[in-house]
Write a protein that binds this ligand. Structure first.
Ligand SMILES: [Zn+2]
Length: 186
């Protein structure tokens, strides 16, 4: 198990923009990759990570979010999935804040389906189906997008939905919109 360096947009590495390859069969190397991804996600810290973010062009994701989205101290639920596919998406869309370990310092308000059903291979190679909702569904959609070379910055409905957060004198976080020169590289 090891913490791997995370590829960021500033690295100009095309791996973040390319679709990743299917795994098809879980072997020792896939399990080692999943373990490294879990270590890397927790170290960052983050709530999800896709293999292309550590430079590996395989369809593998890890997601770890609190079981109670209202309480960050609640027990965490961990998923490691290869070849995840979205089988069904609820018609309801919700816009909420996202960030990405590959785009440090940036935030965006991104529309996502509220609930989804996913199929994939777990760490033991078994095919599993799960239904997730709300924040967990958002994280899964964000990570599965990475496997298709899509970043959340491409999902916002307008450039002014991308921003940085800065604390003002009273400690409140205020949004600073990006300049147009910054937006076009995303
Ligand atoms: Zn991301």
């Amino acid at each position: 198990m090891a913490i791997r360096p995370i590829v960021t947009l500033a690295d100009n590495n095309p791996v973040l923009r390319r679709p990743a390859n299917r795994v098809r069969r879980i072997d020792k190397a896939t399990r080692a990759l999943m373990d490294d991804m879990i270590d890397t996600m927790r170290d960052a810290p983050g709530v999800g990570l896709a293999a292309p973010q550590i430079g590996v062009e395989l369809r593998v994701i890890v997601v770890e979010v609190p079981t109670d989205p209202e309480d960050p101290e609640s027990a965490m639920r961990l998923h490691a999935l290869a070849d995840p596919e979205i089988l069904w998406s609820s018609p309801e869309i919700e816009e909420d804040q996202e960030a990405c370990l590959s785009i440090p310092g940036l935030y965006g308000d991104v529309p996502r389906n509220v609930a989804i059903r996913i199929r994939g291979l777990d760490r033991s190679g078994r095919q599993v189906e799960l239904e997730v909702a709300d924040y967990e569904a958002r994280v899964f959609q964000h990570e599965i997008d990475h496997l298709d070379g899509i970043l959340y910055t491409q999902r916002v409905t307008s450039p002014d939905k991308l921003y940085r957060l800065q604390q003002d004198a009273s400690g409140t976080y205020v949004r600073t919109p990006l300049g147009t020169d910054e937006v076009h590289v995303l």
